[in-house]
Structure formats: C-alpha cells, structure tokens
Design a protein around this ligand. Sequence first.
Ligand SMILES: *[C@@H]1O[C@H](CO)[C@@H](O)[C@H](O)[C@H]1NC(C)=O
Ligand SMILES: *[C@@H]1O[C@H](CO)[C@@H](O)[C@H](O)[C@H]1NC(C)=O
Length: 474
Amino acid sequence: MASEASPGGGDRRIFMPIRYVMAVLGSIGLAIIYGFKVNVSIAIISMVNHTALNDGSNSTDGPFAWDKKTQGLIHSMYFTGYLISMIPSGIIAEKISAKWVMNVAVLFNAVASIFSPVAANISPAAFAAMRLVQGLGGGASFPAMHVMIAKWAPPKERNVIGSIIYAGTALGTVISILLTGLIAAGMGWKAVFYIEGALCFIWFTVWWLVIADSPADQRRFISLHEKNYILNSLGNSGSRHGTGGQRVPLRKIFTSMPFIAILVAHFCSNCGWYMLLTQLPTYMNEVLRFDLKTNAGLSSLPYFCMWLFTLILSYVLTKLQGSGVITMTFSRKIGTLFASVVPMVCLVIVCYVGNAIGAVALMTIGVTCIGGMYCGFLANHIDIAPNFAGTLVAITNAVATIPGIVVPIAVGHLTSSNDPHEKLFAWKMIFFVTAVFYVIEIVVYWTFGTAVEQSWNNTDSPHPQTVPLDKYEE
Ligand SMILES: *[C@@H]1O[C@H](CO)[C@@H](O)[C@H](O)[C@H]1NC(C)=O
Ligand SMILES: *[C@@H]1O[C@H](CO)[C@@H](O)[C@H](O)[C@H]1NC(C)=O
C-alpha cells in the first residue's frame, strides 16, 4: 500500500496533518447539514401568520397561514428524505466516492435552502419538497463521513477524528439555533435561507479542492510520512479505493453479534435522545409551565455542552488507549456507558423534580453525556468492518430513525388526557419505559460489543484474518 504514495506528494503540508484538516472540514460539513435540519423549526415561527392561525403565539406575523398539520407535513418531509437516501448513499460512498456523496449532500441542502423562499410563496407543498431534498442530503451525511473516517483515521486515532467530525452535529445545531434566530429577527425570514445557503458554497469549494477520498488518492497537502503512516496503520482494511466488486455480506452482517449490539445500542440510544431533546421540552411546557423553546440561548445550551464533552472524552480515551491502560473495545464501552447510564438516571430523576430549572439542568446533563456515543457505539461500525462502514451505519441509523418518528406520536397519544394526575402519571411511565430501553442498551452492548475487526470484512480473501486493532503501533 505504501508504494502507492504518489511521487508528486512531496512534503508540502498545510498547518496540521491533512487527516485533521479532513476531520475539521468534515465536522463543518456535518454542522452545515445539522444546521439545516433545525433551522426551519426556528424560521417557521417568523413565517406563519399567528393572528390568522390563532395559535396563541405572540410572535410577529409572517405571510403564511400554515396550520399545525401543514407544519407537521413540512417537518416529516425531512425525515422522509433522510430515510430514503441513507442506505443507497452508504453503498455509493463505499463503492464510488464518499467525498462526493458528502459534497452532493451539502449542495442539495444549500440549493434547496436558496430556493425555499420562492417555494414557500408558491405553496406549502413546494416548500415541503425543498425539505425533502434537504432530508435526502441529511441522510447521506452519516454514511459518507463514516466511510471517510474508515479511510483516513489510523485505528488509534479513530476516537479523536470520529469525535471531531461528529461533534459538528452538535455545534451546527447550536450555531443554527442562534444564527437563525438572529437573522430572522434582524433581516426577516427570507434572509435566513439566502445567507445560510450561500455560506455553504465556501465549504463546498474547500472540501472539493483540498480533500481526496483516501490518503492514497490525496495529491496535495500531504507528506509522504503521513501517507505511509495512515496506509500502514490501516493494513489492508478500509484503505482500498472503494470495496470494488465486493458484495455486501448481508447474511453475515445480520448474524454478527457485535453488529447486533451496535444496532440495539443505536436504536435504544435514539429513544432516549428523542425523549430528552424533543419531548422533555413539551413536558416542561405542559406540566411545569415553562417554555424552553422561546429561549434560544437556553435551548442551545445542551448541544454546546455535548460538543465540549464529546471532544474532551475522546481525547481522554485516546490518551488512555495510547498508554495501554485500556483497549479499544473498553473505550467503546466506556463511551457507550456515559451515553446511556447518565441520561437514564436523569430521566428517572426528572419524574421527581417539580421545577423547570431542575428539569433544564437534568436535560443538559443528560444530553451532554449522550455525546459519549460518538466514541462509543457510533464509531464502532468502523472497527468491526471498515470496508462496509458506510452500509453498516446506514442500516443502524435507518433503524434508529424509527424512534424519531414513533416517539412524538406515541407521547402525544399517551399524554392527551386533560386530567393533570393522569397526565403526570403518563409522563412518568414514559420516562421509565425510556429508562428500560437504556438498560437494554447497557446490557446488550456491554455483553456483545467489541472493537475487533470481523472476518466478514474481507469477503474476497479465502482465509480472512481477524486483526485485533489494539495491537497497531506507529
Ligand atoms: C395575518 O392574518 C390576519 C387575519 O387573517 C390579517 O389581517 C393579516 O394581514 C395577516 N398578516 C400578514 C402579515 O399577512
Ligand atoms: C404575550 O404578550 C402579552 C401581552 O403583550 C404578555 O402579557 C405575555 O406574557 C406574552 N406571552 C408570551 C409567551 O410571551
């Protein structure tokens, strides 16, 4: 593999190793996509005519009388696009180009954003179609970035590189909540879509010109030393240009306990994530009479803490791993434990806390620790099968999207009672059931999770070897 280093590579590097440039750019790319995921829920407040709808809101009126059903349709269109593109884009990212899947994902989001004001003037359906396009881009982003990590990150640095990249989702959410609120208040809702869309083209150009699909393809900004180091550390796993003609070994994947452990962890974890982030604010509003959504600073706080925690935890775990204190498997389990035990405890305590400040604090602590998933089960796909990292994350992420659709409907149904006692009881049951999902996650992942590469990662070799990645040295 090292012999593939191009003669033109030279020793010109930017200011840091190119793999970290890729990580930071990838992080900004995900921040952009996650920014678009949330910006409409904020922009829409200044788009609809609250007087005409009589929805009780005090906000300034916008031009559109879109009722709650129409708004619901607009939001669900994003999820629809997200689900449609996920698995195909995972396969395309592995077989053709993860770099371009990511580029197209951001392009979809930017262009759809710029056309959103026009679409909104035509009809709510046209606006919803723009959300569908943005969802298509959103669904492609995780698989694409997983493949990039598999190709670029030496196993020992997977925690840090993966966390830098995925922490972008939290940071993008914070920035989007604050920026969208500011732009909408200062320049009107149309400016939100034009400005945020236009900013993406800077990212698009830099990612396109600077980053290649893999270290072997990278011509500029990479030293020979770095290229050899990455390629050697990866051995024959994940570093090839795509998986070529390799068929995805679906039967082996679905009978692999390490994979099922990730699948269960991802699903259960998302049940808790959607409870904390989308339903706890509703609980505060309906039961504690506190409206978190009107306070942009407070509602972006959990994401900011999550971003910081993700980076710190991945740094600490990598240091411990580097000095041989813990194995890769153990560090995946620690990350997952943080992301499950802490939010579980927070959800149970929420039932007994009667004030909004306490609930906000618990929500912030819970969401912060969920950041552990990025160096826990979420990075684990790449360990067990780097050649199929995109497909694997597409599968688990698709299954883990189900709670995002089911949880709001189920909670709305269960808590519809007007009797305050029944309502409170229903909320408590919901929080306890969510805690049970966390217990399942903890038990299954702790028992079956592993960071050892699985034999089905190399389907075309007659004697597939199982490489304990912990053993690699620089
Ligand atoms: C909102 O609706 C009310 C009542 O239908 C109407 O009088 C008002 O002009 C509308 N506002 C905007 C900005 O369209
Ligand atoms: C709405 O406006 C009224 C009067 O202007 C005010 O008393 C009330 O607190 C406001 N409600 C919210 C949620 O801002």
